[in-house]
Design a protein around this ligand. Structure first.
Ligand SMILES: [Fe+2]
Length: 501
């Protein structure tokens, strides 16, 4: 792999630069709009900034019964600094990453939160104001930087692999943290020539404990990674892909790696002209969403499919039959406006997030070269599955759901879909509760499929606190079996990962 070519591809136009005083005044307008809207829209608490470098609570306020058998840490990652020095970012994805650790032990819960100390975070903390642009915020008069990691915000997801807890972004390196103290250890280079390469936020764990991942480098190269269970690189290569779009997630099956490529290509020319990364994507409703299946054992074996134009962030899981038919569950939007508009509008206090994703079952038939899909009812996101079924057939899909006439962004319910029987269980909170991702934890290593806990967080915008909620998956509709409340709220996060201790 030619690392220099890859880095140059990613940096065409300069991914970041220093902000001018005029530009800073414009970001201050966004901050004023956000602050002015907060009283009338309590849900804007989900996009607040955490001012402290660390947060800590030794004993959360408990209700219900936390099972003694559940011992471990729920890590969650999130953009938690959406403004600095009176200047506000223009997109939900832009803020600096803060790792949260909820430790559950003997029926008690503690919390530690700590910002990931990337070079960008440290430089801007020291300066007291924003220095660099981000995914959706790029203003004029900016100069080139040397590496994507200079603007790495490590804010999207988290996984423990080997001895490291990895804070994941998608434009640059995974960022290693100490799993106990959350202290930053620095960027991970899987191999010397891979330093600074994009490493996406949704690695997939295989049945042998190894990790698969990808990175989208510019508009033409898809970097694939396969990392063994101890954290050593088995293989990495860059595959050329024409019109590489925004691609946030992927899937594995027993024999394949699967990518869905929405018709949202990146214009490197527009980036070169000074646009933000977000503003450099073009939505093409007349083009199909491409599907690429790559053989795990020979990355040159690639098969392409097409489905109607659509957009997605997340895939629940995929698996394949003996005859090679691939089944994949993803959360499908009709277009990309949720990312290009709604996640921007929310930063200035406006609500335009009205289109929700729908759980969609995609089937790929390699013999005919055909793809078919069926969309299920419901308005959902943040799909999770029993991690033991990653890349294998799974029965259940857990999603955050928007029920009723919810006149605000986000979700107010949790739903578990039984894909085999086409039934579901739902628990609906009050509309003041913003429901976040809940991970699936088998009650024991040998527990039957479905015999699991669902663990995640909710933001109570009336009480202004974040709460950890635990459900018995089989009795989801009965409501949480236990909760633990922080004495403060956290901004809305993206993804979590549970580690038993
Ligand atoms: Fe994600």
């Amino acid at each position: 792999m030619d690392r220099r070519t890859l880095l140059q591809t990613m940096l065409i136009g300069g991914a970041a630069a220093v902000l001018s005083p005029l530009s800073l005044a414009r970001t201050a307008d966004w901050q004023r709009s956000y602050l002015a809207a907060r009283e009338a829209k309590p849900w804007l608490l989900g996009w607040r900034t955490v001012e402290q470098d660390r947060l800590r609570t030794d004993s959360l306020s408990i209700s219900g019964q936390w099972p003694k058998s559940l011992r471990g840490v729920l890590y969650r990652n999130m953009p938690a600094r959406h403004d600095r020095g009176g200047q506000r970012y223009r997109h939900w994805f832009d803020g600096d990453g803060m790792m949260q650790a909820f430790r559950i032990e003997e029926g008690r819960v503690s919390h530690l939160g700590r910002f990931v100390e990337t070079p960008k975070y440290v430089a801007e903390r020291d300066a007291g104001h924003l220095l660099y642009p981000a995914f959706g915020t790029r203003l004029p008069e900016m100069s080139l930087i040397s590496s994507p990691d200079q603007i790495n915000v490590a804010n999207t997801s988290v996984i423990k692999h080997g001895d490291n807890l990895l804070a994941l972004w998608e434009g640059g390196s995974a960022w290693a943290l100490d799993p106990d103290t959350l202290e930053s250890r620095g960027p991970v280079a899987w191999r010397e020539d891979l330093a600074g390469m994009p490493f996406s936020a949704h690695p997939r764990r295989d049945s042998d404990g190894s990790l698969w991942n990808f990175g989208a480098a510019g508009d033409r190269l898809l970097v694939l990674y396969h990392i063994d269970a101890e954290g050593a690189l088995r293989k990495a290569e860059a595959l050329p892909v024409r019109d590489l779009p925004f691609v946030h997630d992927f899937a594995i099956t027993e024999r394949h790696i699967v990518f869905l490529l929405p018709p949202l290509p990146l214009s490197v020319e527009r980036m070169a002209g000074g646009a933000s990364v977000l503003d450099s994507y073009d939505w093409h409703p007349e083009r199909p969403m491409r599907v690429l299946a790559v053989a795990k054992d020979d990355w040159s074996q690639q098969r392409w499919y097409e489905v109607p134009a659509g957009f997605y962030f997340h895939i629940g899981n995929a698996w394949e039959e003996r005859n090679g038919t691939i089944h994949l569950d993803y959360l499908r939007f009709n277009d990309a406006t949720v990312m290009t508009n709604s996640f921007r509008d929310v930063m200035r206090g406006e609500h335009s997030w009205r289109e929700h994703a729908r759980a969609t079952r995609l089937t790929l038939h390699p013999a005919q070269g055909k793809a078919k899909q069926t969309t299920l009812p419901g308005k959902s996101e943040f799909p999770t599955i029993d991690p033991r079924h990653s890349g294998r057939r799974q029965r259940y899909l857990v999603v955050a759901d928007a029920r009723g006439d919810l006149n605000r962004p986000g979700f107010n319910a949790l739903r578990r879909i039984d894909l085999d029987r086409e039934t579901e269980q739902v628990y609906r909170f009050g509309d003041e509760i913003m429901v976040e991702e809940h991970v699936v934890i088998p009650k024991s290593p040998g527990a039957e499929d479905g015999d699991a806990w669902l663990l995640g967080t909710v933001l109570d915008t009336a009480a202004r606190v974040t709460r950890l909620t635990l459900f018995d998956a089989g009795k989801l509709a009965d409501g949480p079996v236990a909760q633990a409340s922080l004495p403060y709220s956290l901004p809305l996060g993206f993804h979590g990962h549970f580690v038993r201790v």
